[in-house]
Design a binder for this molecule. Structure first.
Ligand code: SF4
Ligand code: SF4
Length: 251
């Protein structure tokens, strides 16, 4: 779409601008432009941004805006006006405040999706190995390992008071003999505590291929090399296991 092109020349003309009261190292203009080009060339960008009235309806209905120093209107305006320094600045913290509920997309009179734009900004932050992405994803290391190694996000045996201190006193409500209760569910794939449900080995191996082909694993390597190494080991093990199973079928 032409919208992004309208403002590009003005942005290119800017020199590297440093904030005189900030101790942070200024980001070279070329780097800012590279980051913006990654954002603008994202396959979904033209479907998420059509213009902006600066009306603030998105911010008025945004749950995250009520609790954080965050405004979807501001994010959209930064992108619409191609404010490269502002975009880079927002990627250092603000974009991680979005809850991805997409209320904004349902309300915007321009049919923009601020939440979708935030998702693009997050992907680009990961691609560039920004510290904000590493900080935002660190608490989810255990969940990521679980998803990639088992195909499930949360397992019954993960629901313990130690793992969820933010639940407060409500955590006691899950203090039940889940291993017994789950065996009563008439679906055999749910008779486990190690995963939410048992994922077929073939499905797991197919998922690994998808994650490799779509660049998910490359992104993970950029953000957390240790986790990446562990996951590669898990994938190799599962692939060998699957190959052994295939060989057995041939015998
Ligand atoms: S993104 Fe949409 S709702 Fe938000 S300020 Fe712009 S036009 Fe208004
Ligand atoms: S998707 Fe993000 S920006 Fe949009 S309303 Fe929800 S929290 Fe706010």
């Amino acid at each position: 779409m032409a919208n992004a092109m309208l403002h590009g020349d003005a942005a290119k003309g800017r020199a590297m601008i440093a904030d005189p009261v900030s101790a942070a190292t200024p980001v070279p203009q070329a780097k800012l432009e590279e980051i913006f080009e990654d954002i603008r060339s994202h396959a979904l960008y033209d479907h998420e941004l059509y213009g902006c009235l600066n009306c603030g309806i998105c911010t008025a209905t945004c749950p995250s805006a009520h609790y954080y120093d965050y405004s979807p209107r501001e994010i959209v305006q930064l992108l619409w006006t191609e404010n490269l320094e502002g975009i880079h600045d927002a990627m250092q913290e603000k974009i991680w405040a979005c809850a991805q509920c997409y209320t904004c997309a349902a309300r915007c009179p321009f049919h923009n999706s601020p939440g979708g734009l935030v998702m693009i900004l997050r992907e680009v932050a990961i691609k560039h190995g920004m510290q904000s992405a590493k900080d935002a994803l660190r608490p989810f290391t255990r969940v990521l390992l679980k998803v990639i190694s088992t195909g499930n996000q949360l397992a019954p045996n993960m629901i313990t008071p130690d793992a969820f201190p933010d639940w407060g006193p409500n955590i006691c409500k899950v203090d039940a003999p889940l291993d017994v209760l789950r065996k009563a569910i008439p679906v055999p794939t749910l008779h486990t505590m190690d995963t939410a449900w048992v994922v077929n080995l073939k499905t797991s191996v197919e998922l690994y291929t998808i994650w490799e082909a779509t660049g998910v694993l490359d992104q993970l390597e950029t953000i957390d090399e240790n986790l990446f190494d562990v996951i590669v080991d898990v994938m190799e093990e599962k692939r060998e296991e699957y190959q052994d199973w295939l060989d057995e079928q041939d015998d």
